[in-house]
Design a protein around this ligand. Structure first.
Ligand code: NCD
Length: 313
């Protein structure tokens, strides 16, 4: 029998960068088994019985927080949600104080979302428990990339050799960064498609082909991954207007026609319908796997909690 510690020999999950193909495959295999469990009437297992998971979210979240909560509960752990109003947080000092306080309560896993890149890693250095990055600033969102990979692998049977276009607000997207790392590690071919204002300088260094036009960027791709335009992280005018953005970079059927006929449509959510994606395209049952991504999110988070918390002291 393979032990969870052998699958994943790390104490924390802070990012995708640095993981090996075998570690990623093993996590996805374990998550696959949890997809099956989640479709049964009795979804509960006791593998994390007696363990405590705390969700510490300094930013808004629907999918990530809820699915971590469900994941922990389905594995039998006690799960506590802490909502921290961003406005009242005195960064740095408060973050460390909070971590040290929670640490004293003998928890096993801390899931953290924070608006600052690097904050989760900083916190991980101050505690004894396992830390999972639930999204830090514009840096990484590893469980999102894993759930995207699981969705793709189940539909396409593989990740390697696939051509993936990640489109839209790359600049502010931790989802894009984690996906770029994961897809490269697994041997996929990654393109980013975005206006110049929404691309970080030097993005090519991450191993992507850069396109500024959806007409070239979507040509013959297997996967079209759309991103939300993150207005809340923008201090000025990064995009001209909703209508103009949609015209050039929004996913509609005309642009989708350039991708392979069986290309899948993905979006991490929350969606801005009519801004980065046409509503009918988003709801297209033949092509869109957006709801499936949410389902995979619970299974992936169960796998991650399992490998980090089971059998560890
Ligand atoms: C993403 C996030 O928070 O990074 N959402 C999510 O976790 N599904 C993407 C986004 O907010 O646009």
């Amino acid at each position: 029998m393979i032990m969870e510690t052998e699958i994943f020999p790390h104490r924390h999950l802070l990012g995708i960068q640095g993981l090996s193909p075998v570690e990623i495959e093993s996590l996805l295999d374990l998550a696959d088994s949890y997809v099956a469990l989640n479709r049964e009437a009795d979804k509960k297992r006791g593998v994390l019985r007696g363990r405590t998971v705390i969700n510490l979210f300094f930013e808004n979240s629907t999918r990530t927080r809820t699915s971590f909560e469900l994941a922990g509960k389905r594995l039998g752990a006690d799960v506590i949600n802490m909502q921290v109003a961003t406005s009242s947080v005195n960064k740095g000092e408060t973050l460390i104080d909070t971590a040290v306080t929670l640490n004293a309560m003998h928890l096993d896993v801390l899931v953290v979302r924070h608006p600052d890149s690097g904050a989760v890693k900083l916190l991980a250095e101050k505690v004894n428990c396992a830390v999972i990055n639930g999204g830090d600033g514009t840096h990484e969102h590893p469980t999102q990339a894993l759930l995207d990979a699981l969705t793709i692998r189940r539909r396409k049977g593989r990740l390697s050799g696939l051509r993936v276009a990640i489109c839209g607000d790359i600049l502010h997207s931790r989802v894009a960064r984690s996906n770029i790392h994961l897809l490269n590690i697994m041997g996929a071919e990654v393109r980013v498609v975005a206006p110049r204002t929404l691309l970080p300088t030097g993005i090519e260094a991450l191993g992507v082909d850069v396109h500024h036009d959806m007409r070239t960027g979507l040509r013959d791709v297997d996967i079209v991954m759309m991103l939300r335009v993150q207005n809340e992280r923008m201090s000025g005018n990064f995009v001209p207007s909703t209508r103009e953005y949609f015209h050039f970079f929004g996913l509609d059927y005309n642009k989708l026609a350039l991708a392979k006929p069986d290309a899948l449509i993905m979006h991490p959510g929350p969606m801005n319908r009519g801004f980065e994606i046409d509503s009918d395209v988003a709801d297209d049952v033949e092509r869109s796997v957006i709801r499936e991504q949410v389902e995979m999110g619970v299974a992936v988070r169960m796998a991650v909690l399992d490998v980090l918390a089971r059998g560890k002291s």
